[in-house]
Write a new protein. Structure first.
Length: 295
């Protein structure tokens, strides 16, 4: 059975897994990234790979690496990520590890984890959104990751909900979904009353009227975005991942009610919306799965 090392490169930690074709996690490991402008942090990634190779004590078939930013057309490196993780752009990981390494965007990796091993296993056409500090995403078409021009497909957080809104996302989209529900904007959206989505949801549970208004408005906008994506792509399944999904029923119950209002359902066909199975190791697991599917 083939094996793959999966690496998820974050600004705080490097997460690594050793996975086989069946999705069994044979080993997982963390090291601190220790980000620096000179790129010395890459030595910590090499240490991670060496640790997992030594643990297995047999040849590993391939390596996948998940990172923020946009990969190149061959998925061999991150070609665009300004102002973060100095030394990441255009770095040749295959040469560094001495083995062909497949590199992909971190949200795309989360989708691949679910598509190969998790909640979307067996489905061919899937949309995944990561709801956290911001909103990312990925699109699976006919069983394959759709990356599009410049490998930037799936930036679903920059879906515009209001062209007249003064709030502009980092890519210039006005009234973005990311602003509507991402944790980074919660203080501004709540007029300074809440400093995190967790605090907002807790107040919502307690019946706070202002929290209820802010939270349900965010969920309503998410439903509008998802309904629009259903109209455009007609997926078999929508998977929601990320920390905000841990709100559980506080998110999924009103979301389903809003979808009842907005989703077009010809012949009564409703698009299932499910929670992702994988947590903070999704990027590493998805990178390993993507690499296995690429060899």
């Amino acid at each position: 059975m083939k094996t793959s090392i999966g690496i998820d490169l974050g600004g705080t930690n490097v997460k690594g897994v050793l996975v086989n074709e069946a999705g069994e996690i044979l080993k997982q490991h963390y090291v601190a990234t220790q980000d620096d402008s000179e790129g010395h942090w890459r030595e910590n990634v090499l240490e991670m790979v060496a640790y997992l190779r030594n643990y297995w004590q047999a040849p590993v078939d391939t390596i996948g690496l998940s990172a923020p930013g946009l990969p190149d057309a061959r998925n061999s490196c991150i070609s665009f990520l300004p102002n973060r993780l100095g030394g990441l752009e255009h770095f040749d990981w295959s040469a560094y590890f001495g083995q062909r390494t497949y590199v992909l965007n971190d949200a795309h990796a989360a989708l691949m984890a679910e598509a190969r091993f998790g909640a979307a296993k067996g489905f061919q056409n899937v949309i995944l959104l990561t709801l956290g500090t911001g909103v990312g995403g990925g699109i699976l078409i006919q069983g394959k990751l759709y990356q599009g021009l410049s490998q930037m497909a799936g930036h679903l957080g920059h879906f515009s909900l209001d062209a007249t809104d003064d709030e502009v996302s980092i890519v210039g989209a006005p009234g973005s979904l990311e602003y509507a529900i991402g944790n980074y904007s919660i203080q501004k959206r709540s007029k300074g009353k809440f400093d995190s989505t967790w605090a907002l949801v807790e107040a919502y549970h307690q019946g706070d009227p202002w929290a209820s208004l802010v939270w349900l408005s965010s969920v309503q906008k998410l439903a509008v975005a998802l309904s629009s994506l259903v109209n455009a792509l007609s997926p078999e399944l929508i998977v929601l991942a990320g920390g905000i999904t841990f709100a559980d029923d506080a998110l999924f119950d009103p979301l389903r009610q809003f979808m009842d209002l907005y989703e077009w359902r010809p012949g009564g066909k409703q698009t299932p919306i499910v929670q992702a199975q994988f947590g903070d190791m999704a990027g590493a697991i998805g990178a390993a799965g993507f690499a296995l599917s690429s060899i």
